[in-house]
Design a protein around this ligand. Sequence first.
Ligand code: PMP
Length: 282
Amino acid sequence: MSTYVYLNGDWIAPEHAKVSVFDRGFLFADGIYEVVPVYQGRPFLAEHHLARLDRSLAALAIPNHGDPFWYGLIEQLLARNAISDGLIYFQVTRGAETQRSHLPLGTLTPTVFASVSPLAVHWGVPTPAKVTLCEDIRWLRCDIKSISLLGNIMLKQHAQAQGAMEPLLFRGDHITEGASSNYFAVKDGALYTAPTDHLILPGITRMWVIELARQLGLPVYEQPFRVSELTQLDELFLTSSSREVQPIGQIDDIMIGQGQCGKITEQLVQAFHESKRKHCSS
Ligand code: PMP
């Protein structure tokens, strides 16, 4: 929980951060967000997160304040909240008007909100988790990091009811991603993950894990794994900024590698930790 949050130029206590009921974020979920991990006071892969923030804003034709503004906010958030490891949250909505109208009535000033929450950084191999297979009921612009997350929330509620950490989503015969993560399937020593089209959020952790895998000489295919092949995969893991590399040991009733973390997954967990270490000491 932040001690101070940023809202439209002010630094205030979270309980005093208020926006208009006519804010288009509140009325229409007309906005985007971004989450940047921070290790030892330094934002990790920040340039990639800010590039995605820029793409999300451009897709909605909402003006961007620019990278120096966001880097300044990161510095201030960490200093004012005395946090060294955490997750920075940025949200930008199109702004507020004086009445509700699907199309904005005039040129608006975007609403900018930022907060930070502490993150307990882990350095071990996470315990393999369970996922549940679910039809991807979300819209067709999953590449935009929209604050409209109703589909994701419903899918996560379903997964929780099944005792699963995350829903593993499919469209037709293709696995797309998790509700707040990307996936990698391992088969015969190669990695498979869905391509970065409009059906997935192009995860920054996904991008980084592809880079680490290539450095390790592991083949990576950006092509979706098929639902019909799920019983044949050797390993499966999820990636996200908050979970980094999360091994999966079970898809509904299908056990993967007897529920243990696979060798390639473990190699990538270690490579990820190593890259964090380098980031902290560089
Ligand atoms: N897909 C979805 C739908 C997500 O919400 C997230 C997390 N924001 C991801 C993938 C993973 O993205 P990242 O690695 O940038 O955290």
